[in-house]
Design a protein around this ligand. Structure first.
Ligand code: KG4
Ligand code: ZN
Length: 336
């Protein structure tokens, strides 16, 4: 029964998880509130908070899983992409522990782990499937042919969709991270209250920077006329922004499904927690006959369970790393 400790520290969440024989026994996430007052993640503060949180987080994951250190067979950690200082904390901790326990160390790509969150649950997608990976740093459409076998067929040319959510929220004077708040207000608003132009981007690629500009212009004009415009209409504004952003990715994934004749579709990454995206994807099951896979909320945003499950599959393949492995802030998925 392989027992894997997973460690995630790519951005502002310190997380540790235990996976035993492919099943998640614990998944502890320690979020860093310190960034709220700065309106975004401050890299230096994130590294320091990881340093402080990593030992209690790992201890808690072991305790909840009822596992002792000598029972661990391998340690999987996030190698990248992410903030270098944050990655270094997880990397050094994982190395030290692997060396002390004399067990294999497994480096995991954070974006691959988001995709592999779909292999945590009992019912798993069959290969090949399309994965719409939507996070704070990425917007990609990937054909997943097998574990570790990916073809990138579409990606953002500028901002990621998570950034578009967060930057829109900032323009609305909502605290960081704004994505979940836009979602919350949107649930009570009218998605057709305001129209934002949808960019015409070729093939399966995306662009979100133009929408941010049009939202900024729209808010400026309206607040010039009425300084209370945002507070009076926050729900309708959020619903209209969310409708536009979700519509863009749904249209592209539909196009990809048709082009590649694949009807098993998964969503992954932090923005996969968005209620409208989740609901609209699930509606496509009956509408288009898709088999849709939407991860549990706790496996959408950054978590170590997805790192540990990826580590588990790599462990079965004896795909280990040397203790000299280093983090890579710009680590890319190997696409063919
Ligand atoms: O995957 P993730 O936790 O971190 C990265 O790897 O980037 O994704 C974080 C992103 C943030 O932009 C956050 O605002 C967004 O996911 N997010 C959401 C929601 N929950 C998280 N965006 C829209 N609606 C949500 N409910
Ligand atoms: Zn992530």
């Amino acid at each position: 029964m392989p027992t894997i400790l997973g460690i995630e520290s790519s951005c502002d969440d310190t997380s540790a998880a235990i996976v035993v024989d492919g099943k998640v026994k614990s998944n502890i996430i320690c979020s860093q509130a310190i960034h709220k007052k700065y309106g975004g993640v401050v890299p230096e503060l994130a590294s320091r908070a990881h340093e402080k949180n990593i030992i209690p987080t790992v201890s808690e994951a072991l305790k909840i899983a009822n596992i002792t250190l000598p029972e661990i067979d391998a340690i999987a950690f996030t190698q990248g992409p992410g903030l270098l200082g944050s990655l270094l904390v997880g990397n050094c901790f994982a190395k030290g522990l692997a060396m002390a326990q004399n067990i294999p160390l497994i480096a995991v790509n954070h974006m691959e782990a988001h995709i592999n969150a779909h292999f945590i649950e009992e019912i798993k997608p069959e290969f090949p499937f399309l994965c719409l990976t939507v996070s704070g740093g990425h917007t990609q459409i990937i054909i997943v042919k097998a574990f570790g076998d990916y073809t990138l067929v579409g990606q953002t040319l500028d901002d990621a969709i998570g950034e578009a959510f967060d930057k829109s929220a900032k323009l609305l004077q909502l605290p960081y991270p704004g994505g979940p708040l836009v979602d919350k207000y949107a649930q009570k608003g009218n998605p057709n209250a305001y129209k934002f132009p949808i960019p015409e981007i070729k093939d399966l690629d995306f662009s979100f920077s133009g929408i941010k500009t049009s939202i900024s212009n729209f808010l400026q004009i309206n607040t010039n006329n009425n300084p209370q415009f945002i507070t009076q209409n926050i729900e309708d504004i959020c619903a209209s922004i969310q409708y536009t952003l979700v519509d863009i990715v749904i249209k592209k994934i539909k196009k990809a499904a048709k082009l590649y004749q694949i009807n098993t579709i998964a969503i992954a990454g932090g923005v996969a927690a968005n209620s409208e995206l989740r609901n609209k994807m699930l509606l496509k099951q009956s509408e288009l006959g898709w088999k849709v896979f939407v991860p549990k909320l706790e496996y959408c945003t950054d978590n170590a369970a997805m790192i540990a499950i990826t580590g588990y599959y790599k462990y079965l393949d004896k795909d280990y790393n040397e203790l000299s492995v280093v983090p890579n802030a710009r680590l890319a998925l190997g696409f063919d």
